[in-house]
Design a protein around this ligand. Structure first.
Ligand code: MIC
Ligand code: SF4
Length: 640
């Protein structure tokens, strides 16, 4: 009696036992990268001296850094295009769309594995694929033919019963789950969907749900592959990629959560966290300044058609700025051909290119204190580029109706339900996906001057010591650790420059302090490092000499990124010790190598207070080796 996740894992297992909590390795069929994590990935791949990738399909997307306010982005695009061509990787040009939307349309396959250097890679779980987000180095290793190592997650079941009422959407399902489980509720878990409600959801709707599983902290989310999956793939002229994949009757899960779709109402995540969820009608008719529709969560053809139907023959409220970014060239072309784009434009919408755009703060920052309704997946404070902005996450329907009324509005008020006819065939034109060169040796990789070498750690020394440079609270995001916005995103290939902004949203002097003290330690609360897969959030700490982070708990990808950089993630054994340690305290860990090798616990001395406390090292033997070697690349070199 196996569930879907187990069936895929069994087929791909290369080492370990499928027992929750134990480290396993799995083979990776496909990889994806995007440009803001991609330059690092390909620099690391080059360092591995691999001629051609070993995966079945690897795709390099350009979707994050598309503003090109200087030469930096354009140089990075050239680097990625040439390095991809050289090593056997498909290149999705800027304009082709957001990596997760395009991968869902053109490449995802039921029963296969996908590893991506972006935390929303699980989007393709909508097709019955095991799709996992990871740090760039792990993705580079997978391209080079190595397995991906992870702690075997618990597999939990979310049983969807019934059918959504009119105006209630897939976004409301995942917001409800976020309300139930919170942003840390999915850590160490795969979320597998089942129940009669699954059959009522299209692939783009399922993709909205698997996409935002990342906000739960889940390793991934997965739906079965059924007739609906086949219909979607047929429309994409990819029926040959389909295979049926269902859980056996009576398949077991470590836990089941039931959601009755009929009971749901339009929901919104209030500032500043995706789990701060309430009913739209409870929040009330707050005045709205900006509405932004798009992102990898809600930018499918159906989402856009619903928005266009709401906006048709209407004008948006005078005080609202409405921006719309269709998720892919396929979607945008179809909207252009069927006239829906004209309906959007004439209502007053500003059409953005098919890219991440405002979701990662690349333009469209709201005004001071503005209320912004977004169909995106993250509303962390400051992510929009405006610290005082109040960002709410809502469905496309709620967003479009509110753009007309000028205040947060339950879409029921619009009137009769909108039904969208989905054409039998989607617009298929892969002319912006460039195949790799047949002979990679002939391709010259173009490296712009923005591309700086990434920092490398040194072997762990016998004893380590340093000051507590910062003490943080719960749920610190990677946007806090390494902010991303229109000014910083162009420097993703320049870690020394980026390090000047490390943790500055929490303490403007952090980089200075870290440098003055020759590095040190960070104290964190629960779910430290939630959010993005960006390994820059670890690399900038390495650049500044940070040796370790002691927190109450960690988010999965960030913790792996710390290990890969040779920075030690340590978990307070007694959460109460968090209260006893203060900023500027000096700590010392003696015989750290022996301690790591022999136990899963280490003794730490707070020299300032003359106190001893213990921290857990939740690391596999492989990860311990990496930490001792001073990071993954050093550990790989040692083995050669
Ligand atoms: C995000 O949504 O935060 C990003 C930008 O897509 C990141 C990747 C990055 O930081 O480059 C993610 O989710 O992994
Ligand atoms: Fe792009 Fe936003 Fe999706 Fe990240 S969450 S991949 S920034 S659209």
């Amino acid at each position: 009696m196996k569930n879907v996740s187990l069936k895929i894992l069994e087929k791909h297992l290369t080492s370990g036992e499928l027992i929750a909590g134990k480290e396993i390795s799995i083979g990776i069929d496909q990889t994806l990268t995007q440009d803001s994590t991609g330059t690092m990935v390909y620099l690391q791949l080059e360092a591995m001296k691999i001629q051609r990738v070993k995966t079945q399909k690897s795709v390099a997307y350009i979707d994050h850094n598309t503003l090109q306010t200087g030469f930096e982005n354009a140089d990075d695009h050239k680097y990625i295009q040439t390095v991809a061509s050289k090593h056997g990787i498909y290149f999705s040009k800027p304009g082709n769309g957001i990596c997760h939307q395009v991968h869902l349309e053109r490449f995802g396959k039921p029963g296969f594995t996908l590893l991506g250097s972006d935390s929303h890679t699980p989007t393709c779980g909508a097709l019955g694929m095991l799709a996992i987000g990871a740090g760039g180095l792990d993705v580079a290793v997978a391209m080079a033919g190595g397995s991906y190592n992870l702690i075997m997650p618990e597999i939990i079941n979310v049983k969807l019963n019934g059918k959504l009422k009119p105006w209630v959407t897939a976004k409301d399902i995942i917001l409800e789950l976020l309300r139930i489980l919170t942003v840390k509720g999915g850590v160490g878990k795969i979320i597998e969907y089942s129940g009669s409600g699954v059959e009522t959801l299209s692939i783009p709707e399922r993709a909205t749900i698997t996409n935002m599983g990342a906000e739960l902290g889940a390793t991934t989310s997965v739906f079965p592959s059924d007739e609906i999956t086949l219909t979607f793939l047929k429309k994409q002229k990819r029926e040959n990629d389909w295979s049926e994949l269902k859980a056996d009757i009576g398949a077991s899960y470590s836990k089941t959560i039931e959601i009755n779709l009929d009971d749901l109402e339009p929901l919104a995540a209030k500032p500043h966290s995706p789990d701060n969820v309430d009913k739209v009608k409870n929040i009330g008719k707050i005045k709205v300044d900006q509405v932004a529709i798009g992102s990898c969560t809600n930018s499918s053809f159906t989402d856009m058609m619903k928005v266009a139907a709401i906006l048709k023959n209407k004008t948006i409220a005078p005080s609202v700025s409405l921006v719309i970014a269709p998720g892919s060239k396929q979607v945008l072309t179809m909207l252009a051909k069927n006239g829906a784009l004209a309906d959007m434009i004439s209502s007053g919408a500003r059409i953005l290119e098919s890219a991440c755009g405002p979701c990662i703060g690349m333009g469209q920052s709201p005004a001071s204190d503005a209320v912004s309704l977004r169909t995106f997946n993250r509303n962390f404070e400051g992510r929009s580029g405006t610290k005082s902005a109040q960002v709410y996450l809502v469905s496309p329907e709620t967003a479009a109706v509110s753009a007309i009324t000028g205040c947060l509005t339950d879409p029921h008020e619009f009137g009769a339900e909108i039904k969208i006819e989905i054409p039998d065939e989607f617009e298929i034109n892969d002319n912006l996906i460039i195949s790799p060169a047949e002979d990679g040796l002939k391709v010259e990789v173009v490296r712009g001057e923005n591309i700086k070498p990434f920092p490398l750690n040194k072997e762990l020394s016998k004893n380590i010591e340093g000051k507590i440079l910062i003490k943080l609270g719960d749920n610190i995001t990677t946007d806090d650790i390494m902010p991303s916005n229109a000014k910083l995103l162009p420097f993703r290939s320049n870690v020394p420059y980026l390090s000047e902004f490390c943790l500055t949203p929490c303490d403007a002097d952090f980089p200075k302090k870290a440098k003055e003290n020759g590095g040190g330690f960070i104290i964190g609360g629960i779910n430290y490092g939630q959010g993005s897969s960006r390994e820059h959030a670890a690399l900038v700490l390495l650049q500044l000499g940070v040796k370790g982070v002691i927190a109450k708990s960690f988010a999965r990808i960030h913790s792996d990124n710390l290990v890969n950089s040779g920075i030690i993630p340590m978990v307070f054994e007694n959460a109460g010790d968090y209260d006893k340690i203060n900023l500027n305290n000096s700590i010392e860990i003696e015989n750290i190598i022996e301690q790591i090798k022999n136990k899963n616990k280490i003794l730490i001395k707070n020299k300032t207070k003359n106190l001893l406390f213990t921290a857990l090292i939740n690391l596999s033997e492989r990860q311990k080796e990496i930490i001792i070697a001073g990071g993954l690349l050093n550990s790989v070199k040692n083995k050669k």
